[in-house]
Ligand binder design. Structure first.
Ligand SMILES: *[C@@H]1O[C@H](CO)[C@@H](O)[C@H](O)[C@H]1NC(C)=O
Ligand SMILES: *[C@@H]1O[C@H](CO)[C@@H](O)[C@H](O)[C@H]1NC(C)=O
Length: 495
């Protein structure tokens, strides 16, 4: 611990003053002129056409649905937009000045570094025994995220251990935390042993998906990954919250009254017995570090591998290898650059291999993004293709969205990625489902309010609380389906 404290002190002494002096740097002064706006569209086709045009013309699209597109707009882009053929039915200014919003106290790197360092320095005394721990009050640098994972491993050593999933383009570790009840070994609980064959058809022919309903003598792997997109800071923070909430369900001491678990102990205990979770707070450590760096860019989206033309970064969530397409924008400098070929990103190759590794027995995958308040299932590449598991997927996400809404009343939209968001090939869950054969593949877009990626840290905790409820509902659903149990949404009691 002394070593850790010395390192922290050194960090505080060297890093903080430069951040204070250079507070403007990661947030580039030009942002003072820039606004966050939301355009509304009269139809889905208008939205699709507009987003393709915006991407081709280097606009920074933050999120889109068939009804609305949220984007960053400079004064000259404002003019370019007005003189274009696009005709949005409304334009609402969400943030009149992105820089003013970023400079507000709780979003500055100074605030987050100070709070993060204090919370991390205090980890050995708090022992992480309650959800009101200050780790959930600020965002964390990559170093701090990994120190917190190590403390989870130390404090909950019977339930948690760190795994190295691989390395980034710049050689940084991609770390995950495996969470399971290590002292429990499942015994065969079902004798039924049937094979379900299902198929879906697309332009390339028939894809066969074999879901083998096996005896449960092996724990099910369930991987939760955040941070493919670097600027979505809320994602790694929510993944930390999910870990913490689940680990606390193993603590037998009476719960402190000021704190709460999001769900019941029997549910969590059953999950920890039957599932081996792997939580990976960020799949993109290079990009994430770049959003924190003094010389970096808070709004960076991609990874940081060189792509040619002096540019950097592949959009990881366009680079998975099912229906990968370079798209209409093979511009290596673009924010939505899909790469020269599928799995060009070393980060994705690492997580792909982890997902396919037999001993990990991965049956569930949840990809955590922000923002837009959605819980989704395959497919993303096309709206006219539905998967043979669609009804089950739908049931699972409705169940999760209900659990989520019960916490803070937030409404999350559910459906296939293509339906509720817009078509995007090369996305994670299309590959995990269709090629990785991970039947229970889902993705979420967390809350962003009017702030988008610049969600104030005061919303980390509520976002974690609601997502934790949704996550446990979804995981419980998956386990029950895999165990061959009945699930009737109308008759289920709340988790
Ligand atoms: C550190 O932990 C102690 C003991 O739990 C607590 O009283 C104190 O407020 C914490 N400090 C910070 C900065 O979180
Ligand atoms: C973990 O498994 C052991 C052995 O079956 C059991 O005694 C313990 O209660 C389990 N832990 C939890 C949190 O359920």
């Amino acid at each position: 611990m002394l070593g850790l404290k010395a390192t922290l002190l050194a960090l505080v002494c060297t890093a903080l003053p430069s951040y204070i002096q250079a507070q403007q740097l990661p947030f580039a002064p030009h942002l003072h002129q820039e606004q966050l706006v939301r355009l509304s569209w009269p139809s889905r086709s208008a939205a699709e056409e507009a987003v393709a045009w915006l991407d081709d013309n280097n606009f920074d699209v933050w999120s889109t649905t068939p009804q609305h597109t949220t984007l960053r707009l400079s004064p000259s882009q404002h003019e370019q937009l007005s003189s274009s053929h696009l005709s949005p039915s409304a334009l609402d200014v969400l943030l009149p000045s992105i820089a003013d919003h970023l400079d507000s106290t709780t979003l500055t790197p100074t605030f987050n570094l100070q709070h993060s360092e204090a919370a991390v320095a205090n980890l050995s005394s708090t022992r992480l025994q309650a959800l009101d721990d200050p780790i959930h009050d600020s965002y964390h640098s990559l170093d701090a995220l990994y120190q917190i994972l190590r403390r989870f491993e130390e404090e909950f050593s019977d339930y948690a251990h760190i795994v190295k999933v691989g390395e980034s383009a710049e050689g940084k570790d991609i770390l995950g935390l495996k969470v399971t009840n290590q002292s429990y070994t499942p015994t065969v609980s079902r004798s039924q042993d049937d094979v379900v064959d299902s198929h879906f058809e697309d332009s390339d022919g028939i894809h066969a998906l074999k879901h083998k309903k096996h005896k449960i003598h092996k724990k099910l792997g369930f991987v939760v990954a955040g941070g493919q997109h670097a600027r979505e800071w809320i994602a790694p923070s929510v993944v930390l919250y999910l870990i913490h909430d689940l680990l606390l369900s193993t603590v037998y001491v009476p719960y402190p009254s000021h704190s709460h678990r999001t769900y019941s102990r029997p549910t969590a205990a059953h999950l920890l017995d039957t599932v081996e979770f792997t939580f990976i707070p960020t799949l993109n450590p290079d990009g994430y570090s770049w959003t924190w760096a003094t010389e970096g860019d808070r709004l960076w989206r991609k990874n940081r591998q060189p792509t040619g033309d002096g540019c950097y970064g592949v959009d990881m969530n366009r680079n998975w290898g099912f229906k990968w397409a370079s798209g209409s924008r093979p511009n290596p400098c673009s924010d939505a650059y899909a790469g020269e070929g599928p799995f060009e990103s070393p980060e994705l190759r690492a997580v792909r291999d982890y997902l396919l590794e037999k001993k990990n027995n991965v049956k569930g995958f949840l990809d955590v993004h922000s923002f837009g308040q959605m819980i989704m299932f395959p497919f993303s590449y096309s709206c006219s293709r539905s998967s043979p598991d669609e009804e089950n997927h739908f049931e699972g996400v409705v169940w999760a969205a209900k659990a989520l809404r019960a916490v803070h009343g937030k409404n999350f939209e559910v459906g296939s990625v293509c339906e509720v968001s817009l078509t995007a090939p090369g996305d994670s869950i299309d590959w995990t489902y269709a090629v990785g054969k991970i039947r229970w593949s889902f993705s979420v877009e967390l809350r962003g309010g009017i702030f988008g990626f610049l969600l104030p840290p005061a919303q980390i905790r509520p976002s974690g609380e609601e997502m934790s409820a949704a996550f446990v509902a979804l995981a419980d659903y998956v386990v029950r389906k895999e165990e061959g149990q009945r699930f009737d949404i109308a008759r289920e009691k709340e988790i």
